[in-house]
Design a protein around this ligand. Sequence first.
Ligand SMILES: [Cu+2]
Length: 497
Amino acid sequence: MTRWRAEAAAIVLAAASMAHVGSADTFFAGKAGPYDLHVSVRLPGVIPGRAQVAVRVLGATTPQDQRVTVRAGQWNVGLKGAPPPEQATAVPGDPELYAAELWFMTPSSYQMAVAVDGPSGSGSVIVPVLALATAERPMSPWLGAVLAALGVFLTAGLLTIIGSAVRESVLPPGLEPDRVRMRRARFGVSIMAILAGLALWGGNVWWNAEASSYSRSVLYRPFTSHATVTREGDRRIVTLSIRDDRWTGRPDPHTGYNALLPDHGKLMHLFMVREPALDALAHLHPVARTPEALDFAADLPPLPPGRYRVYGDIVHESGYAQTLVSSVELTGAGGATGAATDADDSWFSGRGTAEAATATFDLGDGTRLEWQRGDQPIAAGVERDLRFVVRDAAGAAATVEPYMGMAAHLVVVSRDGSVFAHLHPSGSVSMAAMQKFAGDAAADPHAGHDMPIDSALAVPYAFPKAGPFRIFVQVRRGGQVKTAAFDVDIRQSVRTR
Ligand SMILES: [Cu+2]
């Protein structure tokens, strides 16, 4: 029923946000055995629904040489209980690209196995996918009118049949019904009209109950949370408090809102972005103040005063990642001491570099971060690599050190506040969920911590909508986190989804 209704009409995006606020699709770049893959999962918006999976086998030249399969299992069932693998079909005209469709029946955290068999051998990789219902599809007025007209026709037809049957069915042909028969017929029609009315009323109640249960328990809503700034001596503390029945009460077995999993070694990544100019950013790692993980607090860095959007990234043990959303007003100067709660805390304030085919941002240590956008402006909904490189004064590529295990952290925000995404060169997937599904959650996420790495970065992403965005890029050099900011105007795509 839900599916039928879902298919019936146009999409209206719910105001609700999701892990990566306003940007629910999954983008992943990584290796499956010998193959370099780019994987994207475009969600249908409604659950149950069919997701579009695209797998790009980089460097593939003859599509028939490779066999690509995808398979998804819910976090608590795993791949053993999952439906059989779906074979992805080669997309004509693009020898690297394979496409498949996967059904997601439950709003939950899934592990998706992507396997490639080909001339170089076989390999597979697990990509965490969050199947979220982000849209309700109300019935179109046109379909509603057709169904209502059919309903009236059927009801009127039913009453007419009942009336005629009582009045005339036992009369020989040619005879007129008498007054008694006429009265009986009217009585029969009245009774049937009451029964039909009751049936319609019952149907309406059932329909509304289904719809409200969808928006209550299927449609994604982040936990209710609330940000505050308080003074403790000469320190200023920002606290994000989670107050939600789904967290404080009994956890939902499907979605997997269970205990938190550290991501990059931290239970929460808290981002603050100043409105409306997006000209100040803090990336903090608050610690839980209670064992129940209800209040997360961090020292406030010296940020300029103003209104800040607050985003708290958390990952549950089920691999379910969500972004809590709140906002807070900062008055006066920021943290007096500037002492950070966590050594990996970082902050930035300043202007962004305007969009260009090659835009550069001065990192202040003699190097600059270059965004190689390319000649073409970026269109909404089109996946591409965002490419960056750090260059020294002579223009040579410089190295970076891992910042919390990653070559770079990107924060993508839309000016209107409807989109927030936290990305890495591995894509939009949560590293904690990846490690959990790969079964090496115990492995040190900071392995090779200070080994300098190549600063040529590529981050796969598709901007979910058109409009002005800012991209913050964070890299670590000389033990210090450097933040670059770039402004970009995303164009309307000609392609519609
Ligand atoms: Cu990050």
